[in-house]
Design a protein around this ligand. Structure first.
Ligand code: NAD
Length: 291
């Protein structure tokens, strides 16, 4: 039987560290604050917003909802984001996406200040993934995968890893973060001719394709660590990952569950970025006072 790599203890460990940092910030008169920008009333956005607000409150981070109607003109939304960029009391900005079709996603991403980009969507954040430094933050889900590997003491160095999925949100940054930790990584995507061979040959397998049942018993081998990022819903409305859990779990060494795995850690990573942004803002303010 495989070890089940649950997200809750990982999120809890992140939460304990955050609480200590939040206390120090509050002693210095700073309340770390996240602004959540939502356009319209989409159910999935409302659910994510609710989860983020709850996680913020659990560690003493303030969360502010900034809402716009579904038909908001693009200029008005951009002006709202620019105002949040300029507001010193706001340390992080989460923009719930996808945005309505009349809004150009790239223009929105370019407008957000990388130092407040706690969700890791700006080019500044993607550059930080590549170089390990600079303004911006790692995309939360990619970092959540790494937090899980670290918490459960899974060695990346010299491991063969395969990542299924090549989006800027999850697949590519996870591929880079694993490479930066000296794993040897194969990336698979929709045009990969044979996913099962590199999947089976990996010691660490991450699936982030968004296809229920994509990873079955032909894609895994004994001793593997499987990180299932996928969030899919069956016709009965049940949430499942990319991995056929019942087929794969008896074969592999360890596996994240869905729900209760990567998703549980992702929101904690987001909030930890808000705390980090607040800490950086204090450090920058201190440095300019000393100049
Ligand atoms: P996306 O649609 O932007 O990208 C999917 C990627 O998977 C693409 O690179 C595509 O080429 C690849 N792909 C699709 N089908 C494939 C196949 N049959 N074989 C090989 N590659 C295939 O999706 P995304 O935003 O990267 O999200 C991926 C999944 O992760 C979704 O299920 C999403 O809901 C989930 N997700 C989970 C969390 C979390 O916190 N757990 C966060 C973000 C996204």
């Amino acid at each position: 039987m495989a070890e089940i790599l649950k997200g809750a203890p990982v999120a809890e460990a992140l939460g304990e560290k955050m609480k200590r940092d939040v206390e120090s910030l509050k002693d210095a008169g700073v309340t770390p604050t996240l602004a959540i920008v939502r356009v319209g009333e989409k159910g999935s956005d409302l659910a994510y917003e609710k989860g983020a607000v709850k996680r913020c409150e659990s560690v003493g981070v303030a969360a502010r909802r900034v809402t716009f109607p579904e038909n908001v003109p693009q200029d008005e939304l951009l002006a709202g984001i620019e105002a949040l960029n300029a507001e010193t009391g706001v340390h992080g900005v989460l923009i719930l996406r996808p945005l309505p079709e009349h809004i150009d996603d790239e223009t929105v991403r370019r407008t957000l200040a990388p130092k407040k980009d706690v969700d890791g969507i700006t080019d500044g954040s993607l550059a930080a993934v590549m170089s390990g430094r600079g303004a911006g933050f790692y995309p939360c889900t990619a970092q959540a995968c790494m937090e899980i590997l670290d918490y459960y003491k899974i060695e990346c160095k010299s491991a063969r890893a395969t990542v299924i999925g090549a989006s800027l949100v999850v697949g590519l940054p996870t591929t880079v973060l694993l490479t930066n930790r000296f794993a040897t990584v194969t990336n698979c995507h929709i045009f990969t001719k044979d996913v099962s061979t590199p999947a089976r040959g990996a010691e660490i397998l991450v699936s982030a394709a968004g296809k229920a049942g994509l990873v079955g018993k032909n894609h895994v081998s004994p001793g593997q660590i499987v990180i299932d990022v996928g969030i899919n819903f069956t016709s009965e409305g049940k949430m499942v990952g990319d991995v056929s859990f019942d087929e794969v779990e008896p074969v592999v060494k360890a596996i994240t569950p869905v729900p209760g795995g990567v998703g549980t850690v992702t929101t904690s990573v987001l909030v930890s970025h808000v705390v980090e942004a607040a800490v950086k803002s204090v450090t920058v303010a201190d440095a300019s006072v000393q100049e």
